[in-house]
Design a protein around this ligand. Sequence first.
Ligand code: NI
Length: 208
Amino acid sequence: MGALYGDEYRDNEPAQRIDGRVIESEKVVALTFDDGPGQYTDLLLDELGRRGIRATFFLIGENIIERESTVKRMSEEGHLIGNHTFSHIELTKVSAEAADAEVNNTSILIEQITGVSVRFIRPPCGSWNENLLYRFNLIPVLWNVDPMDWNTHNEEEIVQSVMSNVHDGDIILLHDIYRSSVSATFRIIDLLKSQGYRFVTVDEIMID
Ligand code: NI
């Protein structure tokens, strides 16, 4: 079926497919941030902007309310925004009607703020199936590198976990609702840059 996952992509020599260019020495990585926007998101956007890096944000609908300006800024500054449901539910465990509301209300909210169509979804807990794929015209985005930042809240552990697991073409999962994750992100960016990585949004890694 047509689901695209990072691991499948990794086997397809990702660096050679970026913009159709063949650059064997270039390594790419996608930073993705779930569960926001939150109180540290603007700080993260400041730093990403200062370093000229674009990331991908999978937003929770109910967290967008009262943080519309952060979402608008995210879009204006070139970041990719995807859907992470309205209230962080596992889509495979609710009725079709509930799934519709969770996904569609979130996309509508994002599109009203940004004027940009939502094309990607990160299903909470990675819960996804073929029915959902056909029900929603959205591309599911999972991840290759998961430092469990939501669990450790430990900047050092997050940095070490990412740096010891990352490969060319990987999608890194982080959460911008935690200060430790945002602080770790700044160090991860510097380390990956020093290793020759270029930062891309997930559409550059996943779209044929
Ligand atoms: Ni989540």
